[in-house]
Design a protein around this ligand. Structure first.
Ligand SMILES: NC(=O)c1ccc[n+]([C@@H]2O[C@H](COP(=O)([O-])OP(=O)(O)OC[C@H]3O[C@@H](n4cnc5c(N)ncnc54)[C@H](O)[C@@H]3O)[C@@H](O)[C@H]2O)c1
Length: 256
């Protein structure tokens, strides 16, 4: 698919990887829909793209709320007349081990809470289900086909300290395979991206400098990824009509 004149929605795109994608898509001639939770700097992101000569529209939406997501995708088609690309990028972290025992007493002193579990499932799994479903509804009704790109993670294989996140991201990759099969007859492709460690607020916010150095040693290419590299991966999926039903690891060689 050539993005010129198309409409691309990127959830969670007020910053981080999502914004880099919206910026790249706009530079290729698409109208980028910047959508994020209302508290996020949506207007700033829209302005940056418009100031650089691109087209962008801001629409607040909490991806975990069905009515928000239905209204988002309807509004996109009302405002631009089409929907061609949906990147299901909004995501959060609530890391913690399943259970933790005290070193001396050997008794459990801490558990991953149900709130920690449910918050991740609501945004990272239900949010992807809802935005993928509503994007497909509008793409089918518009009749032009489309591309759906859910954001998974290398953590989908099971990362320590991420029972909740790993489960959600594995679910995202599984849904991508299902959608590639179910939606092919409507000329809709679905392919996910699994980033490794990308230097965005999500990763850097709580990372101690020692941890950062440790991770750099583990990453075969010796550095964290850039949001622009994830955007480039999304563009590759959009432009290559053969790519569907897979998760592309864009991780600098890190395996979990
Ligand atoms: N950064 C990494 O290293 C990394 C690694 C693997 C996977 N990922 C995935 O890539 C995606 C983007 O991550 P990022 O690093 O850019 O994170 P980020 O925190 O910089 O951006 C995530 C965005 O999602 C938004 N968001 C959160 N909850 C939302 C909700 N309920 N509704 C709508 N928007 C919501 C946030 O406001 C934020 O703008 C996420 O799905 C993340 O899990 C990131």
């Amino acid at each position: 698919m050539n993005l010129n004149g198309k409409t691309a929605v990127v959830t969670g795109s007020a910053g981080g990887i999502g914004f880099a994608m919206a910026e790249l898509f706009a530079s290729k001639g698409a109208t980028s829909i910047i959508t994020d939770i209302p508290a996020a700097p949506i207007d700033e992101a829209v302005k940056k793209i418009i100031d650089n000569g691109g087209k962008a529209i801001g629409i607040p939406c909490d991806v975990s709320k069905e009515d928000n997501v239905e209204a988002l995708m309807q509004k996109v088609v009302e405002e631009t007349g089409r929907l061609d690309v949906a990147v299901l990028n909004a995501g959060i972290l609530r890391d913690g081990v399943l259970v933790k025992a005290d070193r001396e007493t050997k008794k459990v002193v801490k558990k991953m809470t149900l709130e920690q579990w449910q918050a991740i499932i609501n945004v990272n799994l239900t949010g992807v289900f809802l935005t993928g479903r509503e994007a497909a509804v509008q793409m089918i009704n518009c009749g032009n086909g489309g591309v759906i790109i859910p954001m998974s993670s290398i953590a989908r294989h099971g990362n320590m300290g991420q029972t909740n996140y790993s489960a959600a991201k594995a679910g995202v990759s599984a849904m991508t395979v299902v959608w590639s099969k179910e939606l092919a007859k409507y000329k809709i492709r679905a392919a996910a991206i699994a980033p490794g460690f990308i230097g965005t607020p999500m990763v850097m916010k709580d990372m101690k400098p020692e941890a950062l150095e440790k991770w750099k040693k583990i990453i075969p290419i010796g550095r964290m990824g850039e949001p622009e590299e994830m955007a480039h991966t999304a563009l590759y999926i959009i432009e290559n009509g053969m790519i569907t039903g897979i998760t592309i690891d864009a991780s600098g060689g890190v395996r979990i």
